[in-house]
Design a protein around this ligand. Sequence first.
Ligand code: VG1
Ligand code: CO
Length: 544
Amino acid sequence: MKIHVRSTTPFEGQKPGTSGLRKKVHSFQQPRYLENFVQSIFDSLDNFQGKILVVGGDGRYYNQQAIQIILKMAAANGFGKVLVGQNGILSTPAVSAIIRKYQAFGGIILSASHNPGGKDGDFGIKYNISNGGPAPEKLTDAIFAHTKTVKEYRIADTTDVDLAHLGQTQLEDMQVEIIDSVKDYAELMESLFDFPLIRKMFESGACKMRFDAMHAVTGPYAKEILENRLNAGAGTVLNGTPLEDFGQGHPDPNLTYAPELVNLLYHDPELNFGAASDGDGDRNMILGQQFFVTPSDSLAVLAANAHLVSGYSTGLKGVARSMPTSMAVDKVAEKLNISCYETPTGWKFFGNLLDAEKITLCGEESFGTGSNHVREKDGLWAVLFWLNILAVRQLPVAEIVREHWKTFGRNFYTRHDYENIELHGANDLIHHLRDQIKSLPGKQFKHYQVVFSDDFEYTDSIDGSVSKAQGVRVGFSDSSRIVYRLSGTGTEGATLRVYVESFEPDPEKHHLDAQVALHDLIEIADQIAGIKRFTKREQPSVIT
Ligand code: VG1
Ligand code: CO
């Protein structure tokens, strides 16, 4: 095999964020940019010679070009075999499932998740380890350190691989197998949920649903699982063909960016279930008829109903949520008498807890829910979990959630995002908050008294690693909370996220709109942090 060892010089800023390295497509198209990062990944790993690597992406612009480069570099660096999704397509949870099933050494996912795609959009790359989950911080730190000193990269001088046809080819000494993007994942789903029961619910007409794939990666998965295997009906899947620019949309399943689906569920009386997923298939939004389920509530409802679902009927070992996620699931854990862990934002922090079998379900407020079946959050899995619950309980989504609130109380919750604000202002706001951490406790704001304030620090109970500065928290005497943090997934300026939560035990008040119920706390959030002053914005750009 002809291997070139090419010299290179480092690029600034190749620091993986909350979920991999995300930059503009233009950045990734610079000669040596992707190569530097991929070589830095390989140089940070040990003993992968002859082993299996999984490669795939969400189909966004530059996906296939990047895969060709990675294949040639994997061959030159000594991998034994690479499994690639057909046409380069693999959802993030599918990569996780495939790594686990074929005991691969690891995987590379090409995706910037919910960030817009296309020539002028975003691109991203992420490395997953042999448990199928995102590389832990220790590894991403090592990769970043390598990018600062990388001097050369290895690449095989060979032709491109045909990604369109299933089957095996040889790339010099390395085998490349183009695999069906959907099959392994669909089989895994079928092993967890009661497909015959869900199919019966669709065939009887008891459930009519729409799934919005947002022109992103879940289209083929949803068509195969919902339309073919579960007979939910042709036309169930909307925007089901992955496009390089996601139809110029923003593939983020929330009330702002999935208006077509929201409109259908609020105005078409025939539909009683709606769902959507993001660019790479790991997020989910759940809608009932004229009803939106917040992701935090969704996690709590799944935990409370898991005993009804075959794959989880033996009970949950424990649950976990990211720190800013509402404490609704904590209440369920308390009742089930199982542990509830609180981790920093980002799926990588759940990996150790799942591997050590401390938890079965976990989730984030950012439309991410998952379980021990893979090591990523999983959009379609959450949809199927809901469908399974609906098929067993035969109640509307809204009723299931309202009943849940009655039993456990309601955690009113909202997240306000100030997207693409000036970096300076954002950093100043966080400094301003950190300066107040010591003086806030004891202070009174309207009828809320501060009882604690800190910058969240997490110690992993399995490997002892410590993650500092994960978000500023302000807690009040009635257990209400405000959390502030800066996003680690954006590619322009900064994004401030403000998370507001309060607990309401009184069922008479559960019907309130979250923005109304949290009105005072939202004002207090601005008062404490000076949001308007530092961001120069009167209002958030996205409210979820
Ligand atoms: C966001 C979410 C976080 C999620 C991450 C990756 O990160 O808040 O909960 O894990 O995106 O999700 P940040 O740093 O921007 O707040 V995905 O679907 O974009 O891979
Ligand atoms: Co995603």
